[in-house]
Design a protein around this ligand. Structure first.
Ligand code: MIC
Ligand code: SF4
Length: 637
C-alpha cells in the first residue's frame, strides 16, 4: 500500500478503499480556528455532548485578531470558555497560525486530523492524514462520529535532485499548481516521494502540503521518515514518531516527476494560484508591497531565510515589507538569535503571529500596486483592495524583490543556496495553549451580543419553483460567495448580519434579490466553491433562501457544506449550463420524491425545456438533503 492507503486503511469505518466509493474514517484529532470555530462550537453545543470524544481537539485564534470593535474579542472569550468546558485545548490570540502551531506541537504521524480550515493538510508534512472540512463536519468529528468522504485516487509526485540557488519548497507547489491547475487535485490525494524528499525538512514539506488545498485535493501527504523524526525530536516530541513509508514506488493512480535540479523560481500572477510563470519572465515590474507570512511560509526556517537576505540591506523606499511570523515559537527564536534585529534594521514592519494580510485583515495594498506575497491565495480582492494585483511567491523571491523594489529572480542575486538548518532544539513554551478545565461543570460559556444562534432549514420541499438569481462562470471561490476581510470577518458568528454580504463583490444586489424572490437558484461553472472551508458560503445563502445550486462541477469541501446545510447541489452538463440564463424560472415538480427514490431530478426550465439531472447523492447525503441538512438528520436519527 502507499502512505495514503495505509492512513485510510488504519482508520476506515465503512466503505471500500476503491476510488470514487464513499468511505468513512475515524478522526483522532480536530482543529478549528476562530473564523470558522464559533459556528462549529455552536453546532457542537447543539449536539448535547458533554466532552469532545477525540484523542485531541484544539481551538486556535489566528484569523480575527484585529479588534476594531467588540465582536472579535467577544468571539475569543466565547471560544476560550467553550474549550475549557468541553475538553479542548485553546491557543490564545498571538500564539500563532493554527496550521503552523499544529505542525509544531500536535501533529502525529499515522493519525487523522480534521480541521475547519482548508489548509489543514499542512500536517500531511509529518505523515498525518489531515483533511479540511466545514465546521459542522468537524463538530460531528468532535462528537466522535466518523468523517465521510469519497475515496480519492492517489497521485504520487516523485521529487528528485536538490534545489539550486534561489529555489525553495514554495516553487515545488507552484510547479504542481502550474501543471495540475486549481481543479487538478479534486478527488485526489497527492503523495510525495522520491529521492528528492530526503533533504526536505518538515517545515519545507509543510509549505508543499499546505498549498495542496489550492489544487482542490482531498489532502497531501509525505511519508514519515528520518526528517520527520528529526523534526519531532527538535520539538521535544520524539515519542510521537512512527515510520510510515509506501510499500512500493509504483502503486499509484498517476505518477508525476519533478526534477528539483532544474526547477526555477516561480510566481503565481493575478488572480489565481495556478497562473504560474517563471519569476524571470516578469522580472523588473515595480512593486509597492511585499508580505512574508501565512500558514504556507512563516516557519522559523522561512523567517531565517528572509532574514539572511535582508541582513545588512534596506527595503526599497517604494516598498512596504511586512513580516507575520507563523508562531510565537518562531518569533521568539528569531528574537533570541538576532535575526529579528536584522529584519527590523532592514525597514520591515513586524506584524502579529496571525493570518493577518493573507485574509485581508489589514495591509490592503495601494491602488494599482503590485503586492508580492508568500501566501496561499491571490483571488480577486482577497487582499481587501478592489482590482488588486496580488502575486504569490517564495520568501526568497519576496525578500530579494523587497530590497530591489522590483519583481526579481532570486537566482540572479543569490549565488549560493541559502541553507537554514533545522534547529536541534526548538524553543518550547506552551504557556499560551490553555488545557481544558478539570471542573467543566463550573465553566460558564460567555456569549457576546454578536453571537447569534445558527439558522436551521426545514425539510426539502416536495416541489419547487424558483428563479436563477445569479449565473456565474468557472472557478468561483468561496471568497466570491462569502468574502472575508476586516469588515466582514467579525460577523462570522452572526449569520443574519453576514448574509448581507453574500456575493457582495460579484453582484452587490444578490442578498436583496434573494430575499425578494424568496430564495432561488445559483448557476455556477466548473469547480464551484473552490478555496476555503468556510461553511458560511453555504450557511449564509441558505439563510437567504437559496435552495439549489446547479454547477458544472463542485469543489469538495463546498459541496459537502451545501449538503450539510440542506442546499441541493446538482451537477449539470455544458449544454444545460449554456441554455439557462440568469432570471430563468426553473420548476422541480417532484423534488423530494425524486431525490428519495430516483437517481435523477426533473428540472423544467420555462421556455427552454425539461432536463433530467443526475443528483449523484449517496444514501446518507440523500437523507441529509431530505431532512434539510446534517443537524436535522442527526436529530431525526
Ligand atoms: C482562507 O485561507 O481562506 C481561510 C480564511 O483560512 C479559510 C477559512 C475561513 O474562511 O475561515 C480556509 O482556508 O478554509
Ligand atoms: Fe490563515 Fe491565510 Fe492560512 Fe487561511 S491561508 S489559514 S487565512 S494564513
Amino acid at each position: 500500500m502507499n502512505v495514503a492507503q495505509k492512513l485510510i486503511g488504519s482508520h476506515i469505518v465503512s466503505g471500500e478503499m476503491k476510488a470514487g466509493e464513499e468511505i468513512s474514517i475515524t478522526i483522532d484529532q480536530t482543529l478549528t480556528q476562530d473564523a470558522t470555530g464559533t459556528m462549529a462550537y455552536l453546532e457542537f453545543e447543539a449536539m448535547g455532548i458533554p466532552k469532545v470524544k477525540t484523542k485531541l481537539s484544539v481551538s486556535y485564534v489566528d484569523h480575527n485578531t484585529l479588534q476594531a470593535g467588540f465582536e472579535n474579542a467577544d468571539d475569543h472569550r466565547f471560544l476560550k470558555s467553550i474549550a475549557s468546558k468541553y475538553g479542548l485545548y485553546f491557543s490564545r490570540p498571538g500564539n500563532g497560525i493554527c496550521h503552523q502551531l499544529h505542525m509544531e506541537r500536535f501533529a502525529v504521524p499515522g493519525e487523522t486530523l480534521l480541521g475547519s480550515d482548508s489548509h489543514t493538510p499542512n500536517a500531511g508534512s509529518v505523515g498525518m492524514l489531515a483533511i479540511g472540512a466545514g465546521g459542522l463536519s468537524v463538530a460531528l468529528a468532535m462528537a466522535g462520529e466518523p468523517f465521510f468522504l469519497v475515496m480519492p485516487q492517489v497521485v504520487r509526485i516523485n521529487l528528485k535532485g536538490t534545489f539550486g540557488p534561489g529555489v525553495s519548497a514554495k516553487d515545488v507547489i507552484l510547479e504542481v499548481l502550474r501543471r495540475l491547475t486549481v481543479k487538478g487535485g479534486v478527488g485526489k490525494i497527492i503523495e510525495y516521494g522520491g529521492k528528492g524528499i530526503a533533504n526536505l525538512t518538515v517545515p519545507e514539506r509543510a509549505a508543499i502540503t499546505n498549498m495542496g488545498a489550492e489544487l482542490g485535493a482531498t489532502t497531501s501527504v509525505f511519508p514519515s521518515d528520518e526528517q520527520t523524526l528529526a523534526f519531532l525530536k527538535a520539538q521535544g516530541r520524539e515519542k510521537d514518531w512512527m515510520e510510515l513509508k509506501p510499500d512500493s514506488e509504483d502503486e499509484y493512480d498517476e505518477i508525476i516527476e519533478i526534477d528539483l535540479d532544474v526547477l526555477e523560481p516561480l510566481i503565481a500572477t493575478p488572480s489565481s494560484p495556478d497562473n504560474v510563470v517563471k519569476v524571470k519572465e516578469i522580472a523588473g515590474e515595480p512593486i509597492g508591497q511585499v508580505c512574508i507570512g501565512s500558514c504556507a511560509n512563516s516557519s522559523y526556517m522561512d523567517l531565517m531565510s528572509a532574514a539572511n537576505i535582508l541582513k545588512g540591506n534596506r527595503v526599497h523606499p517604494d516598498v512596504s515589507l511586512t513580516i507575520s511570523p507563523g508562531s510565537r515559537q518562531a518569533l521568539q527564536m528569531i528574537t533570541e538569535n538576532g535575526a529579528l534585529a536584522d529584519i527590523i534594521a532592514s525597514g520591515a514592519r513586524l506584524l502579529e503571529c496571525t493570518c493577518g494580510p493573507c485574509i485581508g485583515m489589514g495591509q490592503s495594498p495601494a491602488t494599482d500596486t503590485i503586492t508580492l506575497r508568500t501566501f496561499t491565495r491571490n483571488f480577486p480582492g482577497r487582499s481587501g483592495t478592489v482590482n488588486d494585483r496580488s502575486y504569490l511567491c517564495s520568501p526568497l523571491t519576496a525578500a530579494v524583490s523587497a530590497i530591489i523594489g522590483k519583481i526579481t529572480d532570486p537566482a540572479d542575486i543569490l549565488k549560493e543556496p541559502i541553507v537554514v538548518k533545522l534547529p536541534e532544539n526548538y524553543l518550547i513554551d506552551d504557556s499560551m495553549i490553555l488545557p481544558p478545565s478539570d471542573e467543566p461543570d463550573k465553566v460558564e460559556i460567555i456569549r457576546g451580543p454578536n453571537i447569534k444562534p445558527f439558522p436551521v432549514k426545514g425539510p426539502l420541499e416536495d416541489s419547487l419553483k424558483a428563479k436563477v438569481i445569479l449565473k456565474v462562470g468557472d472557478n468561483i471561490t468561496t471568497d466570491d460567495i462569502m468574502p472575508a476581510g476586516a469588515k466582514i470577518l467579525p460577523l462570522r458568528s452572526n449569520v443574519p448580519a453576514i448574509s448581507e454580504y453574500v456575493f457582495s463583490k460579484v453582484d452587490a444586489d444578490f442578498p436583496a434579490r434573494a430575499k425578494a424572490s424568496g430564495g432561488g437558484i445559483v448557476l455556477g461553472g466548473l469547480n464551484y466553491g473552490q478555496g476555503s472551508s468556510r461553511e458560511h458560503a453555504a450557511l449564509a445563502p441558505m439563510y437567504l433562501g437559496v435552495k439549489v445550486v446547479l454547477a458544472k462541477s463542485f469543489a469538495r469541501i463546498h459541496k459537502d457544506n451545501l449538503i450539510n446545510f440542506g442546499i441541493l447541489p446538482l451537477t449539470v452538463g455544458e449544454d444545460i449550463y449554456d441554455s439557462i440564463s440568469q432570471d430563468a424560472e426553473i420548476e422541480f415538480p417532484n423534488l423530494s420524491k425524486e431525490v428519495r427514490e430516483l437517481s435523477k431530478v426533473t428540472c423544467e426550465v420555462a421556455r427552454i425545456g425539461i432536463f433530467r439531472v443526475e443528483h449523484g447523492l449517496t444514501e446518507r447525503q440523500k437523507e441529509m438533503i431530505l431532512a434539510g441538512g446534517l443537524l436535522n438528520y442527526i436529530k431525526e436519527k
